[in-house]
Design a protein around this ligand. Structure first.
Ligand code: SAJ
Length: 455
């Protein structure tokens, strides 16, 4: 097998780094995206996403002449599909009254259809998009076979998910172990050969459905574990315990590794993928569904915490339900909108959801996202810089643990805002330092007032 020309469909967070990495390793790569502005940006030597090192890599790949971009698929030796698999926005599944989200496979289907007229004998097609189990055999294969060619006989077909962590994609792309699932052993071998161009981690061959399940198991495990951490945070608040201290102590146990609670789970992967298992077998997945629901409801937990914080600071008795009667219109500076620290990705961001929830309650929120200062999100008022966000605020609300937020000096903040109330949802700030600067600092997972204890 000799794959010299590769067509990568979808130039997003996975497709673009993957296409560029193949290109600098000697493969002729045509990057295809249906969005003409993505293609134009690349043709000008720029990129449309933030990922450390990516701009350099793309520049290098374009300079070698090996990476070009287009809105149209062309004949190639291999095709790699890296398009999004979001969930349907306006349709839910139902299992005995329990709702669950459904995968929207439109982009995978149309990318696959775009390959059909160019598919030739001996080609290799790889699906990289995280997909519901059996997508390769039940969706991709029949579409490709409309070409008249037979998968596994005339062309090779594989599933191989990316496993890279946004923020360190370029290193993980090369170093992580890679699972290649073929619809036949020969297909898996062909995929192995292509990825061996640059992958330094182990490359393991298996069947396509196992490879799909492996990917979903990884992200589901993380989601369930984060849900557990979030539930611990809720319990700790009720019991008058500092969850961060408790987790640190529990993690001293050699076989325990509790993850961090926070404002919720976002991004395009962990908040989406577990639903693919629920959709495949709702009767078998109550734990996965419940974990998703815990994480999806975490922004509401933060909303309540903000409401209770205002009650406390104005000397009111917190209402049982944390209600906000008479406190509408507080000004809140929301720090961070990205779905996690040090990335510019706002997809499925719990921070953005919290801003919407606060505004729906009548608060005036101004958000500052240093990784996307010019972002336009419907219904969210963006600050032009940190000072603009905080100067008139009644509360500074930390939603994302960006390094530059973690490093903020509370004395400097105190001189730039009239707020004396801060709420840290990610355990980034030191309570004593902020108190010395004149703030009342509340934290998620820590009860803001002492809980009466039995004597
Ligand atoms: N989060 C917490 N607490 C934690 C860890 C994360 O609340 O202890 C939150 C983050 O703030 C974020 C969300 O979870 O909102 C997801 O962040 P993440 O860093 O856990 O994962 P992603 O979505 O950026 O990347 C994941 C990775 N999967 C695993 O670690 C199992 C990555 O390796 C995958 O390639 C990626 O999904 C993907 O594309 O599927």
């Amino acid at each position: 097998m000799n794959f010299q020309k590769l067509c990568v469909l979808g130039l997003g967070y996975i497709g673009l780094p993957t296409a560029s990495t193949f290109a600098i390793n000697g493969i002729k790569v045509l990057g295809v995206d249906i969005n003409p502005s993505v293609v134009e940006t690349l043709q000008k030597g720029q990129i449309h996403i933030h990922e450390p090192g990516l701009h350099n890599l793309v520049t290098q790949a374009v300079q070698t002449g090996n990476l070009t971009a287009s809105t149209r698929v062309e004949e190639s030796d291999a095709f790699l599909i890296a398009v999004p698999t979001p969930f349907k926005q306006h349709e839910l599944g139902d299992y005995k009254g329990q709702k669950f989200k459904l995968a929207d496979m439109t982009a995978v289907a149309s990318a696959t259809e775009a390959i059909v007229p160019h598919l030739r004998k001996g080609n290799l097609v790889i699906l990289e998009s995280t997909s519901p189990p059996r997508t390769t055999v039940d969706l991709v294969r029949p579409i490709l076979e409309r070409s008249g060619l037979k998968a596994g006989i005339d062309f090779f077909l594989c599933y191989s998910a990316e496993r890279v962590l946004p923020g360190q994609i370029l290193r993980e792309l090369v170093e992580n172990a890679r699972v290649i699932g073929g619809i036949t052993p020969e297909s898996a071998r062909a995929g192995h050969e292509l990825y061996a161009t640059f992958v330094k981690g182990k490359i393991i061959e298996t069947d396509a459905t196992t490879a799909e399940m492996v990917k979903l198991m990884e992200n589901t495990t993380r989601d369930v574990n984060i849900a557990l951490a979030n539930e611990f945070a809720r319990l700790a608040e009720k019991l008058g315990v500092n969850v961060w201290e408790a987790i640190g102590l529990a993690n001293l146990h050699p076989r325990i590794n509790i993850l961090s609670p926070g404002p919720g789970v976002g991004g395009h992967c962990i908040s989406v993928d577990p639903w693919f298992f629920v959709e495949a077998a709702p009767e078998l997945t109550p734990l996965i569904r419940n974990a998703r629901q815990v994480n999806d409801s975490q922004p509401h937990f933060v909303l309540k915490k903000v409401q209770q914080a205002f009650h406390g600071s104005v000397g009111n008795h917190a209402a049982e339900d944390g209600g906000m009667s008479g406190l509408k219109g507080k000004k809140i500076a929301a720090l961070g909108l990205a779905y996690k620290p040090n990335v510019d990705d706002l997809r499925e961001s719990p921070a953005a959801e919290i801003v919407h929830l606060l505004q729906a309650e009548g608060e005036q929120v101004k958000a500052w996202e240093p990784f996307k200062p010019n972002a336009r999100l419907e219904g969210i008022r963006m600050a032009t810089n940190l000072n603009d966000a905080i100067q008139d605020a009644d509360m500074v609300l930390l939603l994302v643990k960006h390094s530059e937020f973690a490093r903020l000096d509370p004395q400097v903040i105190a001189s730039s805002t009239k707020a004396r109330l801060a709420l840290d949802t990610v355990n980034a700030w030191d309570v004593e330092e902020w108190q010395r600067a004149g703030f009342q600092l509340l934290r998620l997972g820590v009860h803001s007032a002492p809980v009466p204890r039995a004597v």
